[in-house]
Design a protein around this ligand. Sequence first.
Ligand code: APR
Length: 240
Amino acid sequence: MGKIKNIVVLTGAGISAESGIRTFRDTGGLWEDHSIEEVATPQGYAANPELVLRFYNARRAQLGTVKPNPAHFALARLEKSLLSKGGYLTIVTQNVDDLHERGGAENVIHMHGELLSQWCRACDHKFRSDAAFTLSSTCAKCEGVGKIRPDIVWFGEMPYRMDTIETTILNCDLFVSVGTSGAVYPAAGYVQMARGLGKQTLEINLERSEGSHFFHESRLGKAGELVPQWVEETLRQAGT
Ligand code: APR
């Protein structure tokens, strides 16, 4: 493998599973108890905003009870090492939790939004808060009541910072995917973009995903074990 200077790591719910955050499509996943249409679409929010606010309030409240796992910490270690050599690690996460940041990572793109970011539909103001929101919550900026929604990208909405994501893939040497089923685009298409650009590609996942066949290499197992192993291997190869 040629010199690896710049790495993009796409992460999904599987990297947070060992921290105790449910995935979506595994047995016992979130979509077993909740209909995507009801809690993860603009139509669902319009039809029953209280149900949607409750769903995200519960997921936001859980953040205070979970911690980053060794996979999150390992990626942060790798980021610091690559930066010290003039390279970069960009984490493109589909996850809306804050475990990458709490694990020490700094260059994180939340393409599906964040539980800790709120959005007032009346004045478009976005702000950070870990509070629970209801239909009587008031926007600090416009004082609109009951207009605050989670700053989460729902199905049918445009993911965030796709230009930046594509640029970081264009300039990387290695594209790694950790803990995602490869079920949702555009994230699921990034490995094909990387392959089309001649990049090395690696998948780390508990089981084969819908995109496994696109990767040069697929390592099957727990992220909490395989990601630290891969990071140590990469740091050794880079001579640190
Ligand atoms: N280590 C590694 N991989 C794991 C682990 C683990 N401990 N536990 C589960 N996985 C894998 C599963 O095998 C599965 O392939 O993580 C993947 C989780 O898949 P999903 O539940 O579909 O989650 P994700 O791929 O992140 O979903 C993508 O779909 O519903 C939308 O917006 C939501 O961002 C989400 C997107």
